[in-house]
Write a protein that binds this ligand. Structure first.
Ligand SMILES: Cc1cc2nc3c(=O)[nH]c(=O)nc-3n(C[C@H](O)[C@H](O)[C@H](O)COP(=O)(O)OP(=O)(O)OC[C@H]3O[C@@H](n4cnc5c(N)ncnc54)[C@H](O)[C@@H]3O)c2cc1C
Length: 509
């Protein structure tokens, strides 16, 4: 590795990644003139790299909005396309003059701890230490285009915003001679499909028997793309291979009521367990679990009335509440079930499958002939992180409970001078990333202090406990049922009259 060992120290703060999280971190740490290293050639993250022609936002437009930068057409109730989202994010970067911090085409390939003391001692509990100690704590190796062009930079504080999705595909494993190597057709991950231009993408699918593995948002959109590409004569059906069904939704209305009423108001979230609650609250939540079950059934009744889930064997066995609590629900595109009714999208439920030379073989012994198999099996965000974070911190990334123990979703108690933004799933990841960036900025500026490492780990364990209790799919940083509590924690107090001051002034004009 040819590298430039003269460490550059033009800034005290580094941000890795320029997606939604990197942008909001840059905006709120702008007074430190951060350097933002972005591997690709633009801002936007997944909205640039993980989208197809049909990809739209699933959150409501007004929820996916920076607090100080409204959408130009914020009253439009349609879901914005990925192109609109990219425009919005680019405008945000321009408006707040963030592009001056960006180093595009700069991939961080290694991070080295150079701070005081033995890294291994970080596991000792106690205080966290200073965020801007006046001398570098991390060295960051950045690759610029040419693999041999590596430059080292030194920083006091590093914010990791590399995203949970994108970049590193999660690929299923197969027994010997049952994997893609024996299949005569084409196998790709949804991430590879995202790289095609529109014409190329439909060429890949047109006239082909396509199998899409998965039933989450990317898989659903892909199946629809395949159906659209196969409308002409000679078109072939696409089959979705589904292991676990999750609740899908046509829009955010339930029997005429807005969806947010059920899970996104203080009153509705009061019925759900939250971290660090008292015994009385636990009892209250237990008693009101019946009401929660009724709400869940009410929503399920609407979805099963509106969408032909039973007809296609897609009705989940678990409650809607469980999917919501683990951020598993997806918005189904408008004409998805029309294509299913036309026979252009089919479904095969199976828990196990493998390849054979002509396609896919299922556990019940049946087979599916295929020309193209697309693995919409998600991404390995942890692997992406592990590639950067050095030992011994890498080992502690998921210590002690298999999920990254981030205090306030942002600080790993055992990793000094490093913040993480974007390791979350909620009803609007943008909103959460923005709030966490604000919180982080105030923390770095010394406006408040962290509790001890022990207390932070303890707080996270309590959050995990809530997630574990609320859903069997708990292995994610999903805060949907306590998002308001989380926002309060980051703001240090519940909303008060001051929070409505600006809105009031504007209305009075
Ligand atoms: C198809 C799809 C639909 C989605 N829909 C919604 C939705 O409706 N609502 C919602 O709230 N969320 C949605 N999400 C989640 C979405 O990921 C977040 O909303 C948000 O965009 C994540 O932003 P981020 O900045 O944290 O991560 P990313 O967007 O992944 O950005 C990370 C950036 O870091 C860069 N990077 C990574 N590694 C390195 C490195 N080593 N060096 C330098 N740069 C690096 C990447 O190039 C990328 O630009 C969706 C995600 C996908 C994939």
């Amino acid at each position: 590795m040819a590298s430039n060992h003269n460490k550059l120290t033009s800034s005290r703060v580094a941000i890795i990644g320029a997606g939604v999280s990197g942008l909001s971190a840059a905006k709120h740490l702008a007074h430190h003139n951060p350097i933002v290293f972005e591997a690709s050639d633009s801002v936007g993250g997944v909205w640039k790299s993980c989208t197809y022609e049909t990809t739209k936002l699933q959150s409501a437009r007004v929820d996916y909005e920076f607090s100080d930068f409204p959408w130009p057409n914020r009253d439009d109730t349609t879901f914005p396309s990925y192109i609109e989202i990219l425009d919005y994010l680019e405008s945000y970067a321009e408006h707040f003059d963030l592009l001056k911090f960006m180093k595009f085409g700069s991939k961080v390939i290694e991070v080295k701890y150079t701070g005081e003391g033995d890294a291994l001692q970080m596991v000792d509990l106690g205080g966290y230490g200073s965020f801007l100690p006046g001398k570098p704590v991390w060295e960051v190796a950045v690759q610029n285009g040419d693999a041999r062009d590596i430059q080292w930079h030194a920083f006091e504080f590093v914010v990791v915003c590399t995203g949970k999705f994108g970049d590193v595909p999660r690929i299923p494993t197969f027994p010997v001679k049952k994997g893609p190597e024996i299949f005569k057709g084409k196998v790709m991950h949804s991430m590879d499909y995202c790289k095609f231009e529109k014409e190329e993408a439909s060429h890949v699918l047109r006239g082909k028997k396509v199998a899409v593995i998965g039933f989450k948002k990317s898989a659903i959109d892909l199946a629809l793309e395949s159906a659209i590409a196969n409308q002409a004569e000679g078109g072939q059906a696409c089959t979705m291979v589904v292991r676990t069904t999750h609740w899908v939704f046509p829009h955010y209305w339930v029997w005429g009521l807005p969806f947010f009423l059920f899970y996104s108001t203080r009153a509705s979230q009061f019925l759900h367990d939250r971290p660090d609650q008292s015994f009385l609250r636990t009892l209250f939540c237990f008693i009101f679990s019946l009401l929660r079950a009724v709400v869940s059934k009410f929503i399920e009744s609407y979805v099963t009335w509106k969408l032909p889930l039973e007809k296609y064997g897609l009705k989940p066995d678990h409650s809607f509440e469980e999917d919501y609590a683990s951020c598993q629900m997806a918005i189904i595109p408008e004409n998805f079930f029309e294509e299913a009714d036309k026979g252009m999208i089919r479904f095969k439920k199976t828990s196990k499958w493998c390849f054979y030379d002509e396609g896919i073989e299922f556990e019940d012994g049946t087979t599916l002939e295929s020309d193209v198999v697309i693995l919409a099996t998600g991404y390995d965000g942890k692997k992406k992180l592990k590639a950067i974070v050095p030992e011994p911190f890498r080992t502690w990334l998921e210590f002690p409970c298999g999920v990254m123990p981030l205090y306030r979703g942002t600080i790993h108690p055992l990793i000094p001078n490093m913040g993480f933004v974007g390791y979350v799933q909620s009803n609007s990841n943008l909103h959460t990333s923005e709030l966490r960036s604000m919180w982080l900025s105030r923390l770095v500026d010394g406006k408040f202090e962290l509790p001890s490492k022990e207390q932070m780990l303890d707080q996270f364990s309590k959050e995990m406990e809530v997630m574990r209790r609320s859903s069997r799919f708990y292995k994610r940083h999903c805060i949907s049922t306590f998002s308001i509590q989380h926002a309060d924690d980051l703001s240090f107090s519940p909303y008060g009259s001051q929070d409505y001051r600006l809105a009031q002034e504007e209305t009075n004009i």
